[in-house]
Each structure stands twice: as structure tokens, then as C-alpha cells.
Design a protein around this ligand. Structure first.
Ligand code: COA
Length: 260
């Protein structure tokens, strides 16, 4: 598939997907959703890809929201479909079982903030601004924002952001737990790569299963989550990388993981 609104490349085990509509501050229109999904399908299938870095092109924005010109045309039925389409992509990102690092500069508003929240981790530049301004347009966050924000930062901070619609700075986002790291703008890409490489140095199966355990646990009871955790722990114990990791520790040498 040829992409018009996303730049996609793979280098040394990392896939880079960059939303590329800078003239519209990378607003997520239907084409972007389709193209992002296609890139991420590719990263899922490619065993050499160990992490994804998601970014926005241009100087001003990661993503300034879902495309308001598409929202403006919605009625009750198409509005629901619009929201479901976006949710589907966000859920796919969250369930990819490969770490997806959002590298956020400039505006991450509405669907852009929701896209960042669906990622595994968020690295922000000092210039980043996060917000869910949908209420100002007479709508509510529709790409999972009402659910993920409260889970990430707690109900109080989430409702403050959702009901006022006001953006917050990168530092404030860090303070409330919305982002993992704040770095100078010129260090954004290398910092995101650093996080991605740190994770990629660990066995792929342990990384994927840890992500599955945490995700599953957020959607169920603690006892059910622990039941799943124990089953996934058992799966880890069936891998060669587990044998190698534990043996290397006991033999006081660095491990050599093979991905098996
Ligand atoms: N959907 C569609 N187009 C958008 C957009 C969005 N979410 N965000 C920005 N754009 C477009 C603008 O319409 C403008 O297009 P034009 O040049 O053809 O008029 C272009 O991107 C540049 O945006 P502009 O508003 O001129 O930039 P700015 O620096 O003055 O303001 C923002 C930046 C982010 C404050 C402002 O663009 C904004 O409020 N965007 C919408 C944010 C929002 O409500 N997102 C949630 C949507 S659900």
C-alpha cells in the first residue's frame, strides 16, 4: 500500500510511523487511520521489528486531533461509526504486544492525545501540549479518551482536562503521569529510540507477555488478572530465552537472547 499521509520506515529493529499532514497539524482523517493501521499490521507481522516510534511531521504538532471537518458532517449514526473507527485503531495499537512509543512534540489534542495514550509509553518534548478540547466543540472524546485518561491519571485529573477542554504543558503531563519522560525538543527522537532500544534488549516473548498481563489486568478483577499472570508466567518458562536469562544471571555473564 502506498501511503499519502503517513511516513513509514524500518531501521535496525525499530519501525517509525509518522503522521504526515503538517499543513493540517496532522489531524487524523479517515485516510490517516487506514494508513496507520496498515503500517502497524506490517510491524506486527515483522519479527525483526521490536518497537515502534509514532510521531507527527512538521514543527507544530504531534497530532492536533481528529479531523474536525469530518466530525462536522456527522449525525447520530455516523458519529457513532466515526468514534468506533478511531477506537478500533487505538485498541489495535494498545494490543499490538510490541512497545509503541509516542514521541510527542507540539500539540497533542483530542484524537492526538488519545493516540498518544493508546501507545505503550509517551516521551514528550518540552514544547508539547496535551489536551482533550472536544467539549469546546460540543462533543466528547471519542477515540477512547474518556477511558484511557482516567486510567492513566485518575478520575479527578481526567475530568478536569475533559470538562475544561484546556491543554496542559508537558511538565504538568509528566506530573500527573500522562507522560513518561520530558526532554528538550532536539533530543525527542533519540530519547524515544533510547527507550525503545532498552525494551528491545529484553526477550520479545517476555515483553509481549508482560504487556498482555498488564492490559488484561486493567480490564478485569485482581484475582482474574493474577490467574492470567500465572498462566503467562508459565508460558515464559517454556522459552529458551528464559533458560538463557536465568542461567546467564547465575553464571554471572551477560545473556544472549535469541527470541525463541
Ligand atoms: N481538524 C482539522 N483541521 C485542523 C485541526 C483538526 N483537528 N487542527 C488544525 N487544523 C487545521 C486548521 O484548520 C488549519 O487549516 P487551514 O490552514 O486550512 O485553515 C491548519 O490546520 C493550521 O491550524 P491553525 O488553527 O491555523 O493553527 P494555529 O497554530 O493557529 O492553532 C491549534 C493551533 C491546535 C490551537 C488549532 O489548530 C486548534 O484548535 N485545532 C483543533 C484542536 C481540536 O479541537 N482538536 C480536537 C478535535 S476533536
Amino acid at each position: 500500500m502506498a501511503y499519502e499521509s503517513v511516513l513509514y520506515e524500518k531501521r535496525q529493529g525499530i519501525a517509525y510511523a509518522t503522521v504526515n499532514r503538517p499543513e493540517k497539524l496532522n489531524a487524523l482523517n479517515r485516510a490517516v487511520l487506514v494508513e496507520l493501521r496498515d503500517c502497524l499490521d506490517d510491524t506486527r507481522e515483522d519479527a525483526d521489528v521490536r518497537a515502534v516510534i509514532l510521531a507527527g511531521a512538521g514543527r507544530s504538532a504531534f497530532v492536533a486531533g481528529a479531523d474536525v471537518s469530518e466530525i462536522a458532517e456527522c449525525d447520530a449514526a455516523t458519529g457513532t461509526q466515526f468514534s468506533r473507527r478511531g477506537q478500533e485503531l487505538m485498541n489495535f495499537i494498545e494490543g499490538l504486544e510490541k512497545p509503541v512509543i509516542a514521541a510527542v512534540h507540539g500539540y497533542a489534542l483530542g484524537g492526538g492525545c488519545e493516540l498518544a495514550m493508546a501507545c505503550t509509553l509517551r516521551v514528550a518534548s518540552e514544547t508539547a501540549r496535551f489536551g482533550l478540547p472536544e467539549v469546546k466543540l460540543g462533543i466528547i472524546p471519542g477515540y477512547g479518551g474518556t477511558q484511557r485518561l482516567a486510567r492513566l491519571v485518575g478520575k479527578g485529573h481526567a475530568l478536569e482536562m475533559i470538562l475544561t477542554g484546556e491543554p496542559i504543558t508537558a511538565q504538568e503531563a509528566y506530573r500527573i503521569g500522562l507522560v513518561n519522560l520530558v526532554v528538550p525538543e532536539d533530543k525527542l527522537r533519540t530519547s524515544a529510540e533510547g527507550v525503545a532500544r532498552k525494551i528491545a534488549a529484553n526477550p520479545a516473548s517476555a515483553v509481549a507477555l508482560a504487556m498482555r498481563a498488564v492490559q488484561h489486568g486493567l480490564e478485569t478483577t485482581v484475582s482474574e488478572g493474577e490467574f492470567v499472570e500465572a498462566a503467562l508466567f508459565g508460558l515464559c518458562c517454556a522459552t529458551e530465552d528464559m533458560k538463557e536469562g536465568t542461567r546467564a544471571f547465575l553464571e554471572k555473564r551477560p545473556p544472549k537472547f535469541t527470541g525463541r
